[in-house]
Design a protein around this ligand. Structure first.
Ligand code: ADP
Ligand code: MG
Length: 199
């Protein structure tokens, strides 16, 4: 086989609601069945400081997430809580820290061609109400910005997945030591990426 063109690694975290709803097996199965390879995993209860750092590794996340939240309201003809993205995101982050540190999570690194993009496709968009059917968030959860606002909490959407290759590289380094990420071959990779001269 030629060198592993387009191979990437991405971070997936099964959030506390995913663990509590006993969806760990179903969620992992989605990544296995498409042909990705798990190269690291651990269960832990994350501290609030760990979650805050995770979401602010990218200094642009605050602005991007605040802007996305405002768009989520205006697309539905609703009035956002504020027109200032930084004000909107401050509350999102506070609620998110509470949610993500509320119980055990499972952090994993998955590897394969186009891993970052493929995983985001399987996970679906942020708000389960508008995530596509067939995605994890679209199939297993029904939450919405309206409902999470009403209940004064973060959107419950079962999984975190890195949003870009840059984010993935930073997040993997933040959650795992180099020695915890394992390099190994899976037989199925020969089939997926092309058998040399085989029948
Ligand atoms: P994603 O997880 O799809 O990459 P973001 O990085 O924008 O989404 O946000 C991180 C997490 O914060 C989301 O998965 C969700 O749990 C929560 N969240 C984001 N925006 C909002 C919001 N406007 N209201 C409530 N929770 C939110
Ligand atoms: Mg994100």
């Amino acid at each position: 086989m030629k060198p592993r063109q387009y191979h990437e690694r991405t971070l997936i975290v099964i959030k506390p609601d995913g663990v509590q709803r006993s969806l760990v097996g179903d969620i992992i199965h989605r990544f296995e069945r498409i042909g990705l390879k798990m190269v690291a995993s651990k269960m832990l209860v994350a501290t609030p400081a760990h979650i805050e750092k995770h979401y602010t590794l990218d200094p642009e996340w605050l602005m991007k997430t605040g802007t996305k939240a405002i768009k989520g309201y205006t697309d539905k003809g609703l009035k956002p809580p504020s027109t200032d993205p930084m004000k909107v995101v401050a509350l999102v982050l506070k609620n998110l820290i509470k949610y993500m540190s509320s119980g055990p999570v499972i952090a994993m690194v998955w590897e394969g061609a186009h891993a970052v993009e493929i995983v985001r496709k399987l996970v679906g968009s942020t708000e389960p109400l508008t995530s596509d059917t067939g995605t994890i968030r679209g199939d297993y959860m029904l939450d919405s910005y309206r409902l999470s606002d009403h209940n004064e909490r973060a959107i419950y959407n079962l999984v975190h997945a890195s949003g870009s290759l840059k984010e993935a590289n930073e997040e993997i380094k933040f959650w795992f030591k180099d020695s915890e990420v394992i390099d190994y071959d899976l037989i199925l990779e020969k089939v997926i990426y092309g058998m040399t001269g085989g029948k």
